[in-house]
Design a protein around this ligand. Structure first.
Ligand code: HQG
Length: 178
């Protein structure tokens, strides 16, 4: 089984187009694993898919994108559906990082970091992850340093996705350096 392809398809189902898969996410983004499997099986590609394939997909991935707990599965981050997924508001580490394309810098300096098509701005705890995120769009990305301690003190809300990824509604440029 091609787990990368499966992961991409699951991203569509759990982050972007649950309706196309006849799925309804709950307030925290969870769906029943059985419902997801049922829906994936309608496509020839995944006609024999089982829960163990989803578990292997999660295990083999270099990125922590999904979790299965009991009979449910969810994406940790990345949602673009209109219904905003509720994330746990939390005090962030004092510094976070965001890797992005150099060509976006001018606009970010003017408007701060905004979620664009997703529900939240995505931030990393470590520089290495930020570089990988930035490299998706720029061979030589820029890593922005977020003074999350000051931002938090000044009322910017942060949300926990998982140990390495934090989310925020928007980050004004006052709290960003590069
Ligand atoms: C940029 C992937 C101009 C922002 C990744 C980013 C991550 C602005 C792009 C996760 C801007 C949005 C999320 C402004 C923000 N002006 N550009 N004011 N504010 N931007 O893909 O953070 O592999 O929605 O810098 O690895 O790149 O799918 O966000 O470049 O973890 O699991 O607008 O998605 O994870 O792009 O990536 P995205 P992102 P997966």
């Amino acid at each position: 089984m091609n787990y990368d392809k499966l992961s991409k398809e699951v991203a569509y189902a759990l982050r972007h187009s649950p309706k196309d898969y006849e799925l309804e996410l709950d307030a925290n983004g969870w769906v029943l694993v059985d419902k997801l499997l049922e829906s994936l099986r309608r496509s020839d590609k995944w006609s024999r898919i089982e829960i163990n394939d989803l578990k292997k997909m999660i295990e083999k991935s270099e990125k922590k994108r999904y979790e299965i707990v009991d009979d449910k599965i969810r994406a940790f981050y990345g949602h673009s559906i209109p219904m905003k997924i509720q994330k746990k508001e939390m005090k962030p580490p004092s510094t976070l990082y965001h890797g992005t394309s150099r060509r976006f810098l001018e606009s970010i300096m003017k408007n701060g970091l905004v979620p664009k098509t997703r529900q939240y701005v995505h931030l990393s705890e470590d520089i290495h992850t930020a570089i990988l995120v930035g490299k998706r769009r720029d061979t030589d990305p820029i890593v922005l340093k977020i003074n999350s301690e000051d931002a938090y003190k000044n009322g910017v809300k942060f949300y926990f996705a998982h140990e390495m990824i934090w989310l925020a509604d928007a980050i004004p440029y006052d709290f960003i350096s590069h």
